[in-house]
Ligand binder design. Structure first.
Ligand SMILES: Cc1cc2nc3c(=O)[nH]c(=O)nc-3n(C[C@H](O)[C@H](O)[C@H](O)COP(=O)(O)OP(=O)(O)OC[C@H]3O[C@@H](n4cnc5c(N)ncnc54)[C@H](O)[C@@H]3O)c2cc1C
Ligand SMILES: NC(=O)c1ccc[n+]([C@@H]2O[C@H](COP(=O)([O-])OP(=O)(O)OC[C@H]3O[C@@H](n4cnc5c(N)ncnc54)[C@H](OP(=O)(O)O)[C@@H]3O)[C@@H](O)[C@H]2O)c1
Length: 362
């Protein structure tokens, strides 16, 4: 199958003229039958989990090839390792939070010359310049890629990040600056940047262009979803036209820290039937009980609807950002599932197995 990609239709950043025609060959899958446990979810019985055993007698080999529901074909990992990183150039670096926001978040674009092919939802490693307190080169830090595979300029020759500058006061009352986030937020256009990876398969997009994709982000956890949403709504692909429902929940502290708001609003304006957008602004909004508006508080307002969607085999949930959000979201799911007599832990396990519940929190 040829994968040819044509022009991105809408770019908030200046676009280069060159648009690549990528092509890749996908080998036919070899089907293997063997003795396998099959776990199924029966939506008609409220999504309960059951299991059957299919026994097919075969000769060796016994390896089972799992057919993933996610876009895993041709995914490259670890092309560049810390000992020999790719050296890209910073092309653009801009603060995307308001001056009164608590903390700074920057959007940055690095050149890759097409040498660092990645998929939406992967991450890269960055090695900050300089040495640590032992005189050794800094260890890499991971960052979720914030661009689609085509990149912000539509030519598959760049990779973008969304980085929060880490600054905190330690127990001695000293102000400490995080090594890599400060290195990145301070990068000037033209500067070199050492990149490793790409890594990660957890957050790859679903293959099904008709899927319901529920994206749950806190702060810079928005990064992978910007990539998803550009591919869905800002780009034209020969082999992918999104026709499902994308639903983004984004939690941030203040309205001045709503990341990529204008882009998302433009997507919604152009695709009102395919894109739902809900913000949870924790320090400015509350629910009817006066509780702080966290992402799970906003989700709770659509609880029944979300639960109905979760019973479908074509719904994929992705969660990215602060570690604390995972428990908060689990808590609302436990009570929703219980109403249908379903054990959430067990149900979530089956969703995970099917690639429909994907979590990358830190
Ligand atoms: C898969 C993955 C993807 C990620 N994606 C992103 C992303 O897209 N954007 C992003 O901004 N970050 C992302 N991160 C986080 C990123 O990797 C770094 O951890 C972050 O930028 C901080 O690194 P640093 O070098 O600036 O801080 P460091 O110099 O490594 O300092 C961090 C350390 O400081 C200490 N510390 C931090 N805060 C406090 C505090 N309040 N009080 C006391 N001690 C404290 C902790 O010991 C912490 O480990 C991701 C992490 C992972 C694992
Ligand atoms: N792939 C990954 O694993 C990945 C990718 C990107 C980012 N990250 C991580 O995600 C984090 C994002 O931090 P940030 O500084 O960018 O975010 P931020 O701007 O501080 O926003 C985080 C939002 O989440 C709220 N929040 C705090 N505790 C919460 C909880 N228990 N449940 C739900 N919401 C909660 C915050 O509210 P209040 O502050 O008002 O309490 C705030 O509104 C970082 O730790 C980063 O390392 C991970």
């Amino acid at each position: 199958m040829d994968v040819a990609v044509s022009a991105a239709v809408c770019h908030p950043f200046p676009k280069s003229n060159a648009l690549s025609n990528k092509s890749s060959i996908i080998r036919p899958k070899r089907l293997c039958f063997t003795k396998v446990p099959v776990v199924y979810r029966n939506a008609s019985s409220g999504g309960r989990v059951g299991s059957i055993r299919a026994q097919v007698i075969t000769e060796a080999p016994t390896k089972v090839e799992k057919v993933s529901k996610k876009m895993e074909e041709g995914v490259i990992t670890n092309k560049f390792r810390p000992k020999d990183p790719y050296v890209g150039k910073c092309l653009l670096n801009t603060k995307i939070t308001g001056d009164d926001a608590p903390g700074e978040t920057w959007h940055m674009v690095f050149s890759t010359e097409g040498e660092l092919p990645y998929k939406e939802g992967q991450s890269i490693g960055i090695i900050a310049d300089g040495v640590d307190k032992n005189g050794k080169p800094h260890k890499l830090r991971l960052y979720s890629i914030a661009s689609s595979a085509l990149g912000d300029f539509g030519d598959s020759k760049t990779v973008s990040l969304c980085v929060k500058r880490l600054v905190y006061t330690n127990e001695q009352g000293e102000i400490v600056k995080g090594v890599c986030s400060n290195f990145l937020c301070d990068l000037k256009p033209g500067a070199d940047v050492k990149i490793t990876g790409p890594v990660g398969k957890e957050m790859l997009m679903p293959k099904d262009p008709n899927a319901t994709v529920i994206m749950l982000a806190t702060g810079t956890g928005i990064a992978p979803f910007r990539g998803f949403l550009w591919k869905m709504f800002f780009e034209k692909h020969k082999d992918y036209k999104f026709n499902g429902l994308a639903w983004l929940f984004l939690g941030v502290p203040t309205s001045s820290s709503l990341l990529y708001k204008e882009e998302f609003e433009k997507m919604k304006e152009k695709n009102p039937d395919k894109f739902r957008l809900d913000f949870a602004v924790s320090r400015e909004q509350t629910n009817e009980k006066g509780e702080k508006m966290y992402i799970q508080t906003r989700m709770a307002q659509y609880a029944e609807e979300l639960w109905e969607l979760l019973k479908k085999d074509t719904t994929f949930v992705y969660m990215c950002g602060l570690k604390g959000m995972e428990k908060g979201i689990d808590d609302i799911m436990v009570s929703l599932a219980a109403k249908d007599g379903i054990d959430w832990t067990e149900y979530k396990r089956s969703l995970k197995k099917a690639g429909q519940w994907n979590v990358e929190v830190y």
